[in-house]
Design a protein around this ligand. Structure first.
Ligand code: TRP
Length: 331
């Protein structure tokens, strides 16, 4: 059976972008593949969280993975830092990752632009750590969004380079995977790019948001002053609202508002009200489970321990073989 690895950085609560972009795929894949889903807390250290924030963010993601339907009896769910073998493989892969290629990564360049005062080596080698996450289980499929395509290519490069250096076909090539043919892009509410918590207050709808919070955020979403001709192309901020409807509303609802837009009768307030209610309905079961699971410390501790154990079993086998291939030998 093919092995699948994916993770989400623990920087806070999960939002609809994480859910529709990644987690729905995780939930489907867990029935068909040997899946490892982890919480990328080592990656989150690039922004220097406080110990309390680090822990509560990891807890949120763990709770929300479970609430969203990842089943710890089917998939292996673990916290990245519980598996020290990942850090060890990262060290070995770093010897084979070149400064020039790391500096050329678009995500690195974006971070340098956004935070010129915190360009640390962890940020530079972020793709190496991500490659270690994937190669540690010798995975071939990685359910991620389009923005991770370049990181996947780097993971293949580092794995292949290791294989070539030691003349050993050890690491298979990992590829991005998605069940639906066209990768879903979940836009934010600011009228610009994709949903993300770093894009500013109110841009993301979190799985843990109360219905009241969802209504407030959606009502504040950016819109224009309305169409000026019939059947005109929608500007980005309006198209974004329709894109969001596509994931939470029924086809009839979408057709209804599409028609109102095309005939210049649309009232954005009505559209937003409908969108908010549909988001509330779509997330209600998850929200309920979040509250139950978050209060069950014994269950969370059991899931984390079980996941760490299963993950380390797979990771330590790889590390044993990698050390052998590299030439670390006992006397
Ligand atoms: N870089 C990914 C993101 O930002 C998170 C991630 C870290 C990841 N390691 C991974 C995803 C390994 C898939 C596999 O979304």
């Amino acid at each position: 059976m093919e092995t699948v690895v994916s993770g989400i950085r623990s920087t806070g609560n999960l939002h609809l972008g994480n859910y529709y972009g990644a987690i729905q795929n995780f939930v489907k894949m867990q029935h068909e593949y040997n899946c490892f889903f982890f919480i990328a807390d080592l990656h989150s250290l690039t922004t220097h969280p406080t110990p309390d924030n680090l822990h509560s963010n990891v807890k949120s993601v763990l709770v929300e993975y479970l609430a969203a339907g990842i089943d710890p009896d089917k998939a292996t769910i673990y916290v990245q830092s519980d598996v020290p073998e990942v850090a060890e493989l990262y060290l070995y892969l770093n010897m084979n990752a070149y400064l020039g290629e790391l500096e050329r990564s678009t995500s690195f360049k974006d971070k340098v632009r956004a935070h010129p005062d915190n360009v640390n080596a962890g940020l530079l080698t972020y793709p190496v750590l991500m490659a270690a996450d994937i190669l540690i289980h010798r995975a071939t499929k990685v359910p991620v969004g389009k923005d991770q395509e370049q990181h996947l290519e780097m993971a293949r490069t580092f794995g292949n380079r290791f294989n070539r250096l030691y003349n050993h076909e050890y690491f298979p090539e990992p590829y991005a995977f998605n069940f639906s043919a066209n990768l879903v892009k979940i836009p934010g509410l600011d009228g610009k790019g994709k949903m993300g918590k770093s894009e500013g207050e109110g841009n993301a709808i979190f799985l843990s948001d109360t219905p009241e919070a969802i209504r407030k955020k959606v009502m504040r979403a950016v819109t224009d002053s309305g169409p000026t001709t019939e059947n005109q192309q929608k500007p980005d901020e309006i198209q974004n609202l329709f894109d969001l409807m596509r994931v939470v509303s029924t086809p009839d609802t979408i057709a209804h508002f599409d028609n109102l837009y095309n005939t210049m009768q649309i009232r954005y307030g009505d559209l937003k009200k409908q969108l908010a209610e549909d988001m509330i309905i779509a997330t209600a079961p998850i929200r309920e489970r979040i509250n139950d699971i978050a209060g069950d410390a014994a269950y969370l501790s059991k899931v984390a321990r079980h996941g760490a154990e299963k993950s380390r079993e797979s990771a330590s086998k790889t590390i044993r073989e990698v050390r052998e291939i590299i030439g670390f030998r006992n006397f």
